[in-house]
Design a protein around this ligand. Structure first.
Ligand code: NAP
Length: 321
């Protein structure tokens, strides 16, 4: 099993609602919000549909990003089906996704190359990448935060993504063997030189985030978070209070009885319900679900049109069935 620039969420929240006409959302889906009839909800929720549109029409973006990790064979090898992976990335963008998440270490660079092949010159799509995890073998992820290594990896990402500046560059892990100031300082220098635009951190607690913010502006935090794993809730709260994007990875719970109950009530799959709950947590939340399946991609993006009732949100928040 795999373990492992962002437009601000506030800006995005505005734009994601401004282009509603570009997205065909069944009028009946909106009725889900108001209906208290389970039978009615069942019928209506199934009709939530997201259809492609031309990006050049502009204005329509999704709060959901796309996590590309699994496109390159569990983060180690090249894509199993390159054409299908390219088509999926393009479909995501056609459906309104404007944030693609990758890392230097996914597929040992193959993931970034795939994204460049599919989407370069990106046309308004933010590609977020990361450095700071070495890959001595499949399934192994070892933090490596020496400044010269972070700089080398940024240079390689620039080359593979075929850009002069990386939109959003995360420190993938804080390396406990290297002073935080050296790691974040390396990213700050890359930013000063114009090689990266915004800076993010991954898997950090609040004190580490605040220590980093003493050195340089931090635009995003990418921590593991979902309805069934809220370990990082204090970090989400802190991001919400300070206006930093909170980007949950592994946003789809593996088994959440409350999510399953609400999904059954609405007659939809559990994944979009879990994602809709995440979106409702705070406007700074930008989940990056990953999939290799066009059907799952469409299903996940449907989360933006699932207006869960206060009762449904509360049920999932309390985690009781
Ligand atoms: N910062 C970090 O340390 C870190 C760590 C891990 C991941 N990430 C990033 O976060 C992204 C997401 O994390 P993740 O891939 O671990 O977790 P995830 O997106 O929550 O889960 C991906 C898994 O869920 C399945 N899935 C997706 N949509 C589904 C649906 N509608 N119904 C049923 N199953 C569905 C996928 O299978 P199918 O392919 O069959 O749909 C895949 O096995 C990654 O792509 C990566 O960019 C970051």
């Amino acid at each position: 099993m795999c373990t492992s620039g962002l437009r601000s969420a506030r800006t995005l929240a505005t734009t994601s609602h401004s282009g509603e006409t570009a997205k065909r959302v069944s009028a009946t889906s909106r009725a889900v919000k108001d209906s208290r009839s389970t039978r009615m909800s069942l019928v209506l929720a199934k009709s939530v549909e997201v259809t492609p549109r031309a990006r050049e029409a502009g204005g329509m973006t999704s709060r959901l990003g796309f996590g590309a990790l699994h496109l390159t064979d569990c983060g180690w090898g090249p894509p199993r089906d390159r054409d299908a992976a390219v088509a999926l990335l393009r479909l995501a963008v056609d459906l309104g996704v404007d944030l693609i998440d990758t890392a230097d270490s996914y597929g040992l660079g193959a993931n970034e190359e795939l994204i460049a092949d599919a989407l370069h010159p990106y046309a308004g799509v933010t590609v977020a990448t990361k450095a700071g995890q070495s890959r001595p073998g499949p399934g192994e992820w070892v933090p490596l935060g020496r400044p010269e290594y972070l700089r080398q990896q940024a240079e390689l990402s620039l080359r593979r993504l075929r850009v002069e500046r990386i939109d959003l560059f995360y420190l993938h892990r804080v390396d406990p063997a290297v002073p935080l100031a050296d790691q974040v300082g390396a990213l700050a220098r890359l930013r000063e030189e114009g090689k990266i635009d915004r800076i993010g951190l991954s898997e950090v607690d609040v004190p580490t985030l605040e220590a980093a913010r003493e050195i340089v502006e931090i635009s995003a935090v990418q921590n593991k978070y979902s309805s069934d794993d809220r370990t990082w809730q204090p970090v989400l709260d802190h991001c919400a209070a300070t206006g930093i994007d909170f980007v949950p990875w592994r946003p789809i719970p593996r088994a959440d009885a409350a999510v399953a109950k609400v999904a059954a009530e609405l007659g939809v799959a559990p994944a979009p319900v879990a994602l809709a709950w995440l979106l409702a947590r705070s406007p700074v939340v930008r989940p990056i679900p990953g999939t290799t399946s066009p059907a799952h991609l469409r299903e996940n993006l449907g989360a933006e049109h699932l207006d869960l009732t206060a009762g449904q949100l509360d049920l999932i928040t309390r985690g009781t069935t």
